[in-house]
Design a protein around this ligand. Structure first.
Ligand code: DX5
Ligand code: ZN
Length: 218
């Protein structure tokens, strides 16, 4: 049976003045995961929100929390994000000196471990860790902001990663993050993605819930 793409709306584009309303809307929607973008103003040139806000989101969300750490030294906060309620924790390849150790610690805490790659980071850098990773988050924009334009080169990168995963007989999921919209989602799925993040496409639409349903039908 054709499995529909996993859709993870990013709360970065939600209404921060009333997050509860947006989370309840997502609970009622066909969204699979909730994507939480954590930015420290050092790894990326922007600051978003942190652990207390994740805790508050957990209180209202019925969906798994897919937490994307755009921070330096993410290994310092693995336990804190578990405590706050994260189900999946993704760290950046570029931010981890001891990536294998960090991935192992995330799994030991009982979360799914993700590794994210910036648009220029070679896919081949995952060759010796792909078997240990539950999820690869491929950036299709330079991380830091919502609402940016999809970098087309990312499509080749999805396919290259898919080939690596198959070569390894691994069950790693591919999630694509940045500039995903109804105009490019089919190409992203065809290239080999299992999951997409959608911020602006969902929250910038007149009917966010219908936009999610549209993506799920593909
Ligand atoms: C970018 C974030 C993304 C962002 C996606 O740094 O990692 O998750 O919120 O937003 P859109 O879908 O608007 O590009
Ligand atoms: Zn993200």
């Amino acid at each position: 049976m054709h499995q529909s793409v996993i859709v993870a709306p990013s709360l970065l584009s939600a209404n921060f003045g009333n997050l509860e309303a947006d989370i309840r809307m997502l609970n009622e929607s066909k969204a699979d995961w909730l994507h939480l973008d954590i930015m420290d103003g050092v790894f990326v040139p922007n600051i978003s929100f942190g652990i207390p806000v994740v805790k508050a989101i957990r209180k209202y969300s019925e969906k798994p929390l897919d937490t994307h750490l755009m921070i330096v030294q993410p290994e310092r906060y693995i336990h804190a994000f578990r405590e706050a309620g994260s189900d999946m924790l993704t760290v950046h390849w570029e931010a981890c000196t001891h990536l294998h150790r960090t991935v192992t610690q995330i799994k030991e805490e009982g979360m799914l471990a993700g590794v994210s790659l910036n648009p220029h980071t070679p896919i081949s850098g995952l060759e010796d860790i792909i078997d240990d990773v539950n999820l690869v988050l491929l950036m299709s924009v330079n991380p830091g902001f919502g609402g940016q334009k999809f970098i087309t080169r990312a499509l080749h990168r999805i396919t290259e990663l898919r080939e690596m995963i198959e070569r390894h007989h691994a069950d790693t999921l591919i999630e694509v993050d940045g500039g995903v919209s109804r105009d490019n989602i089919q190409q992203i799925i065809d290239a080999g993605a299992d999951a997409v993040v959608a911020g602006n496409a969902v929250f910038g639409s007149q009917d966010p819930s219908a936009e999610i349903a549209y993506m799920k039908r593909l």
